[in-house]
Structures are given as C-alpha cells and as structure tokens.
Design a protein around this ligand. Sequence first.
Ligand code: AP5
Length: 224
Amino acid sequence: MSELNLVLLGPPGSGKGTQGERLQEDFHLPYYATGDILRAAVRDETELGREAKEYMDRGDLVPDEVIVGVIGERIAQHEAADGFILDGFPRTTPQAEALDSKMGELGRELTAALLIDVTDDEVVRRLGGRRTCVKNGHVFHVEFDPPKNEGICDVCGARLEVRDDDKPDVIRHRLATYHEKTEPLIARYEEAGILRRIDGSLTPDEVGDRIRAMLATRRMEEEL
Ligand code: AP5
C-alpha cells in the first residue's frame, strides 16, 4: 500500500478537526493538528506556548518560523513513515514551501490536499456553538453534534469549554486572516493536481463519506 500524506485545508470551523479525527481512526495514521499542538503548549506553558499565545488570542497566525520546525520534526518521525494527516498546516505560502522542501528532503510527496469548503456565515454559526474538550481537544457542537452529557467529553470524560478564540470578533479576524494568507494555497495545490474539494456544508457523516470515497477512488486509480 502506498503512503497517504494528507493536508486538510479550509476556513476556521469548516470541520477539519472533526474529519481529521475520523480519518485518523479510519487509516490509523498520525494526526498533526497545529492548533491542538499550540494549545497544548500554551496549557503546559512551554517556550513554544509562550511564543504562540498572544498571536492565538488575537486570532493571528503565529510566525512561520515558529510552526515550520514543529511540523518538520513530526513528519520525519518513524510513526509517520506510512503517511500522516496535517490539519492547520500549511497556512501560508512560506509554510507550503517549507513543507514541499521537507517532503523533498524525505523523498516523499503529498497525496492530496482536501479542501473542506464552507461559507463565512456557516463558520460563524458553527464556531459559536463549538465546545472543545480541555484535555484532548475533541470537538462537539451544541446543535449539530451534541455530547451525550452536557459539558462532558464523550471520548475522555473531560470538561468541555468554549475556546478563547471562538468569540465573535476573534472569529471575524480569523476568517479575514484565512482569506488573505491561506486561500492562496488552494491555487497552489490545484496547479499541483492534488487539490480535492469537498462540500463542507453537508453533515459530518456525509462529509466523511465523501472524503473516504475520494481517497478510495484515488487508491484504485493508483493500482490501475
Ligand atoms: P486551529 O485550531 O487550527 O483553528 P482553525 O483552523 O481556525 O480551525 P478550527 O479548529 O477553528 O476549526 P475546524 O476546521 O477544525 O473545525 P471543527 O472540526 O472544530 O488554530 C488556532 C490558532 O492556532 C490559529 O488561529 C493560529 O493562531 C494558530 N495556528 C494554528 N496553525 C497555525 C499555522 N500553521 N501557522 C500559524 N499559526 C497557526 O468544527 C467546528 C464546529 O463545527 C464544531 O463544533 C463541530 O462539531 C461542528 N461541525 C463540524 N463539521 C460539521 C458539519 N459538517 N456540520 C455541522 N457542524 C459541523
């Protein structure tokens, strides 16, 4: 079986984390979500967390040089030898260039960039109702994906909270940052022939089914 090196692209709140967890379960691949990595670093008060916190609270991106090394190290690990799922990276052209160069160094290529497409209005609706597990970052939604017991994570039993950057003014700023800095990557991956668009306005199950179907088709094409 060939490697599966996946990038999840899409605006804040499009469902990257929701689908990333499912892909991780389906394919047993390491899942590297830069937002989760940075939030854990902030919680643990590491140097990375101290550097990242003020940017994250404002809804700005942390500087490229801070995050590029973090991901470069992870994809070079033995656990990622059969593939990986990147969520939230790359998010700028310099990050995409750094990823290409790291992959080249490792003699590998990205398999697909999965763009989960939703409108800005839908983003605002989703992030307003998101609840996140304080321990492991599992995500729920008060309306679309409620936990079995209110305020408690179904997976690990930890408390659920509203993320600091899910306040309305910060959400708007994150969206503007996405349009300015991350959207140009869509054309980049389209030109490279690896962009796959998924309608993110469907239910989480439907979005998951479409991603699986897309990856299965790609596998079949490879085997022909
Ligand atoms: P990060 O945590 O990556 O935030 P994000 O990209 O803005 O994405 P989100 O986690 O907000 O949303 P998501 O797409 O994962 O959606 P989710 O599945 O939760 O980054 C946070 C910050 O870290 C950044 O602002 C930046 O400061 C910093 N950072 C991270 N990476 C960086 C990088 N590479 N460079 C620089 N800085 C970086 O879903 C949202 C809600 O909708 C949930 O409640 C969910 O239950 C619900 N939902 C999901 N799918 C559906 C559906 N199909 N229908 C209805 N509801 C749904």
